[in-house]
Design a protein. Structure first.
Length: 217
């Protein structure tokens, strides 16, 4: 049985959830990069945006991780591509980057793949899980500063997202891990600085103290 969150924990989790989303207004971009993860919804939302005409080329990027080896045994990017094909995205619109094992590699290896394919985009749309938007943005701005980057994710509330994953505690653990990385990766050179509001920092501290710490570095 999964852990049930208290009302206070839900309140804090929603503060963190809202901070992770950058609320960019999306428009047509040269290319999209869909970041591999344990959520097939990223591929499904990428397909939706393709059909809405937001881009003509999408890179699916990602190998496997401890969270995805069981559900995507042939690699995140490979399974994401297959789902996009099922949803009507033509194979000619898809590039696959199957080696990246972290967000920095998602960006740099996708950039290199695009260049190798003769594509030098001026604008990139990053498609991620909802709680990964801010870190994806900060990472891309550090590692690929010459492109205009916009971030997006499926428009879900925290409650709706938890229902798609099935485990609230797991989602909160992942969000807390991502927030820690938002805070410490700039000093390591992995991302640009993203100021964390005091209320969000306090929510982070309370959730860590409550035991949501399995994804901390």
């Amino acid at each position: 049985m999964t852990r049930q969150l208290t009302d206070v924990e839900w309140y804090d989790a929603e503060l963190v959830w809202d901070f992770h989303q950058v609320h960019h207004e999306i428009s047509a971009c040269d290319v999209a990069i869909a970041l591999g993860c344990n959520d097939i919804g990223v591929a499904e939302y990428a397909a939706e945006l393709y059909h809405r005409g937001m881009f003509q080329t999408v890179v699916f990027t990602g190998a496997t991780s401890r969270d995805t080896a069981a559900i995507f045994p042939r690699g995140e990017a490979v399974h994401f591509r297959e789902r996009a094909l099922e949803l009507g995205v033509p194979d000619t619109a898809i590039l696959v980057e199957p080696e990246a094992a972290n967000t920095g590699a998602n960006i740099t290896l996708s950039r290199d793949l695009l260049i190798g394919a003769g594509l030098t985009p001026d604008s990139v749309l990053l498609i991620s899980m909802p709680y990964m938007e801010r870190r994806a943005f900060a990472t891309c701005r550090r590692l690929w500063p010459e492109v205009a980057v916009t971030c997006t994710s499926a428009p879900l509330t925290l409650e709706e997202y938890v229902k798609t994953i099935g485990d609230a505690a797991e989602v909160v653990d992942m969000m807390i891990g991502d927030l820690q990385r938002v805070m410490i990766y700039p000093e390591r050179g992995f991302a640009i600085e993203q100021p964390v509001p005091p209320a969000v920092a306090a929510a982070f501290d309370r959730l860590v103290a409550a035991g949501f710490n399995s994804r901390l570095l």
